[in-house]
Ligand binder design. Structure first.
Ligand SMILES: [Zn+2]
Length: 235
């Protein structure tokens, strides 16, 4: 393989997936854990006849809240970046020389000699000073920027998919079988989310998957405990 081919192959990175992938993994995780926890809590409180109602309500409520939450959080992140951008445009207009010096110092701190840093900064300012400052000073990269609507839809849809998995456990024949199926489906679903997220982010499989499974199981155990307490105390 020629150097040029290796270079072209290595251009393939995953950072551009960061925005929606993070939203989708979070949504699926939340769907699995929240819906399973809710239903386990309901069945542990000995109210199995409400199990299907509780599951559907949990899926709808969770998906709406994920959609709104993602939208608001990505929007406010983008708003911060946008006001930084406007500030940088103003600085470049008011004091281009000071901005050039600033860029030089950034490159010196990254290991260039003062002469080389000066040359690089001048070259960057000749091409596109704003782009250079956004990237090297503020760490903004247009290709990894999350889009609010995309993130919102990704997390709501993955919440629904995640939630349906433990929900299917409600159709098992007996009360005990329902509870155990919900737990088992949720754990299998958590494992699958871990594997899918590791695969699509290109990271190793075992650790992130275990993290997702163990974290989710703790969440379910806590709600089951609370449901059982409610049942025992007869609230
Ligand atoms: Zn600057």
């Amino acid at each position: 393989m020629s150097l040029e081919e290796v270079y072209q192959r290595n251009l393939e990175h995953r950072a551009h997936r960061a925005g929606w992938l993070r939203a989708a993994v979070l949504g699926a995780n939340d769907g699995l854990v929240a819906v399973a926890s809710l239903m386990i809590g309901v069945s542990a409180a000995s109210a199995p006849k409400f199990l299907i109602t509780a599951g559907i309500a949990g899926i709808v409520a969770g998906a709406s809240s994920m959609a709104v939450g993602e939208y608001v959080s990505v929007r406010s992140q983008n708003d911060i970046e946008e006001s930084d951008r406007l500030l940088e445009i103003a600085h470049l207009e008011q004091a281009p020389e000071a901005e050039l010096l600033e860029l030089e110092h950034i490159y010196i701190n990254r290991g260039l000699t003062p002469e080389l840093a000066h040359q690089v900064a001048v070259a960057m300012h000749e091409r596109d000073p704003l782009e250079a400052h956004l990237r090297d000073e503020l760490g903004q990269h247009p290709h990894s920027k999350a889009r609010p609507v995309q993130a919102s839809i990704a997390s709501a849809c993955s919440f629904v998919i995640g939630g349906i998995i433990p929900f299917l456990g409600a159709f098992a024949p007996t009360a005990g079988a329902k509870a155990w199926s919900i737990v088992a489906f949720a754990i299998v679903g958590l494992g699958a989310t871990g594997i899918i997220s590791a695969k699509s982010s290109g990271s190793p499989l075992v650790k992130p998957t275990l993290r997702v499974v163990i974290g989710g199981s703790i969440g379910m155990a806590i709600t089951a405990g609370i449901g059982a307490l409610v049942h025992v105390s007869g609230i």
